[in-house]
Ligand binder design. Structure first.
Ligand SMILES: Nc1ncnc2c1ncn2[C@@H]1O[C@H](COP(=O)(O)OP(=O)(O)OP(=O)(O)O)[C@@H](O)[C@H]1O
Length: 318
């Protein structure tokens, strides 16, 4: 378990992480979500003792990182996949890590096998593709067979096969009872991977909830309607007590699942419909709404008041 208590980091006048209090529990994948600059990497660096908190505390199974003997056997992390000596082979890179951390060298072959790098184990890391580098970073995280694993944006830059592989790996590690903490700025990816969500914006905690609750609270269902007799349709729906929102492009929206009722009312009144489609707002939109206030890096060039979908431009990799 990872426990944060009022964790805070300031860089000069800038508050990167602001009084974060939450716990990351074993047996589930916990997604750590937030827009660019929200403070995810800084938080992870403090968990690993790489950055010193300005205030507050963070403990791994009740102890500070610096107090752990052979820390790689408690917590494995992938923070920066490029942090590998390129001149070394994958095997030697992992062997050095094993030897300096009291880990038996037989683990090297085991983790190379787990991440599918056995065939290229003797090749120099500098010749590796981005995906192979990610796999090597994950092999290093798994080396000490730790109960806690932490991955910073592990799917960034990966192809669909690599994304699928990492997703399944994280789920299987959690199913083994390990604590899995993974950051991302992509809600859609987390929706497929995480059981629990911690969302931050501008360093502050915005949500600490199960994925099921997040979906229940934030996924909005609505009906989209288009009609060449728009004004007549508006009158008919309003007369029936239905609240209609007029959206761009001449379309109308009605909250909830009232498609059948709307269709019947239109038919009864002889109003022609060109579209009557029940829709579900995506989790990505819910996430955007939740963090919109705290997005530090807005794509201002896109002009004021972008639509939810357009705001994707403000997100790394979007
Ligand atoms: N060493 C540093 N010195 C000054 N400011 C920093 C430093 N490291 C991070 N920051 C600032 O702290 C804030 C949080 O950065 P951090 O990298 O933790 O965010 P993040 O959520 O990981 O973002 P991203 O998704 O872009 O990686 C940002 O405003 C960043 O500019």
């Amino acid at each position: 378990m990872i426990e944060l208590e009022g964790l805070t980091k300031r860089y000069g006048g800038k508050v990167a992480v602001d009084r974060l209090t939450f716990a990351v529990r074993p047996g589930v994948v916990t997604g750590f979500l937030g827009p660019n600059g929200a403070g995810k990497s800084t938080t992870m660096r403090m968990i690993l003792g790489l950055d010193r908190p300005t205030a507050g505390d963070v403990r791994i199974d009740g102890r500070h990182y610096a107090e752990l003997t052979d820390p790689l056997t408690y917590i494995g992390a992938l923070l920066d996949a490029k942090a590998v000596h390129g001149g070394r082979s994958a095997y030697n890179h992992l062997l050095c890590l094993a030897q300096s951390n009291g880990i038996p060298s037989r683990r090297v072959a085991e983790v190379l096998d787990t991440v599918g790098l056995t065939a290229v184990a003797r090749k120099k890391a500098k010749g590796f593709s981005y995906g192979m580098g990610q796999r090597l970073g994950i092999a290093a995280a798994l080396l000490g067979d730790p109960r806690i694993l932490m991955f910073d944006e592990p799917v960034n830059g990966l192809d669909p096969e690599g994304i699928h592989w990492i997703r399944n790996l994280m789920k299987s590690l959690a199913a083994q009872g390990r604590t899995v903490f993974v950051s991302s700025h992509l809600m859609s990816e987390m929706a497929l991977t995480a059981d629990h969500l911690v969302v931050i914006g501008q360093g502050r905690l915005l949500a600490d909830t199960s994925m099921a609750d997040f979906i229940r609270q934030h996924s909005r269902s609505y009906v989209r309607i288009r009609s060449p007799q728009r004004e007549r349709l508006l009158d008919v729906l309003r007369a029936d007590g239905i609240t209609v929102v007029e959206t761009g492009g001449g379309a109308l929206e009605v909250e909830g699942g009232k498609a059948e009722r709307i269709g019947e009312l239109a038919a009864r009144s002889g109003v022609v419909l060109h579209e009557l489609s029940p829709r579900q707002a995506s989790l990505e939109e819910a996430f955007m709404r939740l963090t919109a206030e705290s997005v530090e890096y807005h794509a201002r060039a896109a002009g004021p008041g972008p639509a939810a979908g357009d705001r994707g431009a403000a997100w790394k990799g979007a």
